[in-house]
Design a protein around this ligand. Structure first.
Ligand SMILES: [Zn+2]
Length: 101
């Protein structure tokens, strides 16, 4: 049964498969190197290794995939805030925050 079908709809099976792929990538040398700077991709703050989260630039729910060029290390704060935003939406969100300062 398909509800609310549109071009953004991603089925559960795909999301599960891509999440598993992301988990596997976390164990690779590639990810170790990617996180070696210890900096959050978004806010450039120093992040403790245990607190580094893996984020999809284009979220899985929006059609993104667990490919190396779509995965970045970031802090929990940014990950929580970004959620399912697309890169452009996230940029606009951050610019909005900057303007309020
Ligand atoms: Zn951050």
């Amino acid at each position: 049964m398909i509800e609310n079908f549109d071009f953004d709809a991603v089925d559960e099976a795909t999301i599960r498969r891509e999440r598993a792929k992301a988990r596997d990538l976390r164990k690779t040398r590639w990810w170790q190197q990617k996180t070696s700077s210890g900096l959050c991709y978004y806010c450039s703050k120093k992040v403790l290794y245990k607190d580094v989260t893996m984020d999809h630039l284009v979220p899985l729910a929006r059609g993104g995939r667990s490919s190396k060029d779509n995965l970045v290390p970031c802090c929990k704060d940014c990950n929580n805030k970004k959620k399912n935003m697309l890169p452009l939406e996230w940029e606009a969100y951050q610019e909005g925050l900057a303007e309020k300062k």
